[in-house]
Design a protein around this ligand. Structure first.
Ligand code: FMN
Length: 367
């Protein structure tokens, strides 16, 4: 892979044809994809999801503006950093300015050589839309296409986009066609408008209409939480992204392909392994604080697996207060009677067995 042109020259060259046929098309049948989730889809979680057979995983969104201008440089680079050996690295950018988007692409290619970039056209958060980014791009398909086109021209790898249906009405076909014409190699569609946030059900009919209207792979996003939801979407010829349901349940990527759900002990193993990876990735004073959202979700799964025991509430409360691995170990020992130290020697094997079962299911289904 060659290094892209310097920032001041990006945007000059014609759109390369290679962006059209990409690894997205080949991978889309390999299982569900971990959707980008700010605050959740970091490197340690992407690794867990991949272990369980996620076809690929998209990074948390990164500000193109910040990267291009080297503002909060470290933060942007840390958010998008791949873990060692990460396959199919897809970095999502939020951007409103074509030139800054292109510069961010060049910077990230130099830093990490990701396998693809993704443009965010879905985030409804104020701090993002106030800068004209995220779902604001849905108001002007031509401008959205200009931002994406600049990324395509700057990148030596494919560029995808992830959109909501519209700001308050469904304009997804129009936006998707504009993005595909500008060189998008794949499109992910969250079947809600920005105004809906997370209310109501995702509209998979609208997602299917987008898939019928463009000639690039389309992935649907919204409310898939089990094997039947996954199969339903795949039967309609659409790839599947999973976000919320995978938090605390990363084995879902194996389950949607028919894998067995883990036992309570195995859930502890997965959580402990994820926590160790998290601590190794984020050094600092309170390394588990930024994992509390995941831990709360694991607690929910653990309680269900143990049959909602009397100590369920106490465990949930303890897990969202832990600061360190020692706190986590003590909480599990005191409340659930699980000794992660004692079972430490088995963790590697158990983890590997679970992970291999997930990956094998993914291979079987893809084959
Ligand atoms: C906490 C959270 C953070 C999210 N962050 C992003 C993001 O950074 N970029 C993006 O395109 N979508 C983001 N999303 C949207 C999800 O990728 C997904 O489209 C949406 O949650 C619907 O899918 P689900 O029902 O499987 O959760 C986020 C969703 C959640 C819940």
């Amino acid at each position: 892979m060659s290094v892209a042109s310097p920032p001041e020259r990006v945007g000059d060259s014609p759109q390369p044809a290679r962006a059209r046929v990409s690894w997205f098309a080949a991978r889309v049948g390999h299982g569900a994809v971990l959707a980008p989730m700010a605050g959740f889809s970091d490197a340690p979680f992407r690794r867990v999801a991949r272990h369980f057979g996620a076809a690929w995983a998209v990074s948390e969104m990164v500000s193109a503006n910040g990267l291009a201008r080297a503002i909060q440089d470290e933060r942007g680079l840390q958010i998008s950093a791949p873990y060692e050996g990460e396959p199919y690295v897809v970095v999502q950018l939020f951007a409103a300015d074509p030139d800054l988007a292109a510069r961010a692409v060049v910077r990230l290619e130099r830093a990490y050589r990701p396998d693809a970039f993704d443009l965010n056209l879905g985030c409804p958060a104020k701090k993002v839309i106030n800068r004209g980014c995220g779902s604001e791009l849905l108001r002007d398909p031509e401008h959205a296409a200009a931002v994406l086109g600049a990324m395509v021209r700057a990148a030596t790898v494919p560029v995808s986009a992830k959109l909501r249906l519209g700001v308050d009405t469904d304009v997804s076909v129009e936006v998707a066609q504009a993005l595909a014409s500008a060189g998008a190699a794949a499109l992910a569609v969250h079947g809600r408008t920005a105004a809906q946030r997370y209310q109501g059900r995702a509209d998979w009919g609208a997602i299917a209409r987008v898939a019928a209207a463009v000639d690039v792979p389309v992935l649907g996003s919204g409310d898939v939480s089990d094997a039947s939801g996954y199969r339903h979407a795949r039967a309609a010829g659409v790839g599947v992204m999973i976000a919320r349901a995978a938090v605390g349940r990363p084995w879902l990527f194996s389950s949607v392909l028919g894998g067995e759900p883990p036992t309570a002990d195995e859930i502890v193993t997965v959580m402990w392994r994820h926590a160790r990876d998290h601590v190794a990735w984020y050094r600092g004073e309170h390394p588990l604080r930024s994992m509390r959202g995941h831990l709360a979700a694991y607690a929910r799964e653990l309680n269900a697996a143990y049959g909602e025991p009397t100590w369920a509430d106490a465990l949930r409360a303890a897990l969202v207060r832990v600061d360190s691995l020692a706190d986590l170990r003590d909480a599990l020992r005191a409340l659930a009677g699980v000794d992660v130290e004692r079972s430490h020697v088995h963790l590697g094997d158990e983890w590997r067995r679970l992970a291999e079962a997930g990956a094998a299911r993914a291979r079987q289904v893809a084959g």
